[in-house]
Design a protein around this ligand. Structure first.
Ligand code: HEM
Length: 319
């Protein structure tokens, strides 16, 4: 296989991995929201009697989720194998692929321990957050493959969004969105959707933690507004379309968040909230990677020609 076609395969596997992981997160939420978290009360066997059991609705839902988890192992493993066999060390394509594999395997173990520990909320929370780490790493892999296949046009003399204050604002949006995910999982851990009746919950007041969660979201949206204001006066349009998509999804997600809070967290809205959180995370990571690529390009521009940058000319030149 030529180097280009290897990277194209890597790119395809990274894309399938991102989509598969997002589907898996929503499927995991459906397990929780249908109260099927202990549909299989053992791991890796479904229960003491059977490895696979679909004899009840709850068991079938949990079983389907386990099947999906196993299926996502295929592109994940494929990505790591292609990275090892067909990319150069130092190309920047290996570590994100290995990172995805490591976090997905670790999450299989966390999921198993969560079942064996009767869905302790801290374990369910870690399961969700580790999946977000896998998605971020898969997006890094995808971005790096794209940059290796198409390094893009020569940088122009235009100012580089992504550097300086713009870069700091994008980084702040990333950190605050991650904090929104963490606080959201705390609200879930204190709320009624445990995945099974009568399992342990965080002892926090749900109204209090929901207020902290929505406060973090409001702070994130304010930072995004400041970035939009700075970018509005700018030419070219870089980062602006990423930020518009981010803002749109954040607004819809916030509206779903308030709607579910004031209507007693109905399952359908909570499922939509989990899907929205996952999509928003994808857009956040993509925006951060885009900003970083701009600032790297900007730094390269200011560098003397005889001192190539760390990223210059390599397969993973621009994240
Ligand atoms: C950018 C906007 C937001 C993001 C990214 C976000 C993210 C999340 C996440 C990741 C969870 C945990 C899902 C899980 O563990 O399965 C969650 C739960 C929750 N969020 Fe948000 N959220 C946002 C806005 C809001 C707002 C504005 C509210 C209003 C109060 C809100 C209320 C809730 C509630 C009540 C839960 C618990 C649902 C349950 O019982 O499972 N969210 N959120």
């Amino acid at each position: 296989m030529g180097r280009r076609s290897s990277i194209a395969t890597y790119q395809l596997l990274a894309r399938v991995t991102v989509v598969g992981l997002c589907v898996l997160v929503v499927a995991g939420a459906i397990v929780r929201l249908t109260g099927s978290g202990l549909g299989c009360d053992d791991w890796p066997n479904c229960n003491e009697q059977r490895f696979i059991d679909v004899s009840t609705g709850h068991a079938a839902i949990e079983q389907l989720n386990r099947l999906l988890s196993a299926a996502i192992g295929v592109p994940t493993l494929g990505l790591a194998v292609v990275a090892l066999r067909a990319t150069r060390r130092g190309s920047g394509l290996r570590w994100p692929a290995f990172g995805v594999l490591a976090t997905v395997l670790a999450n299989g173990v966390v999921g198993g321990i969560a079942v064996r520990r009767d869905l302790h909320p801290a374990l369910v929370q870690s399961h969700f957050l580790l999946a977000m780490a896998s998605i971020a790493l898969a997006l890094v892999a995808l971005r790096r493959a794209g940059a290796a296949l198409d390094p893009g046009p020569e940088p122009t003399a235009a100012p580089a969004p992504g550097g300086g204050l713009d870069g700091a604002l994008v980084a702040a949006i990333g950190v605050l969105t991650a904090l929104a995910l963490v606080t959201g999982t705390v609200v879930t851990g204190a709320g009624p959707h445990a995945g099974e009746r009568d399992v342990r919950r965080f002892g926090f007041d749900i109204g209090g933690v929901a207020r902290i969660h929505s406060g973090v979201v409001i702070a994130t949206v304010l930072v995004a507004g400041a970035l939009a204001w700075r970018l509005a006066a700018r030419d070219p349009l870089v980062l602006r379309s990423s930020l518009s998509a981010w803002t749109f999804v954040a607004m819809v997600q916030g509206a779903i968040g308030y709607a579910q809070y004031f209507t007693g967290v109905p399952e359908l809205l909570v499922a939509a909230h989990v899907a929205g959180a996952t999509l928003l995370w994808v857009l956040t990571v993509r925006m951060a990677l885009e900003a970083r690529s701009r600032s790297v390009a900007g730094a390269e521009r200011g560098r003397p020609a005889d001192r190539p940058g760390r990223f210059a000319g390599s397969a993973g030149s621009v994240v």
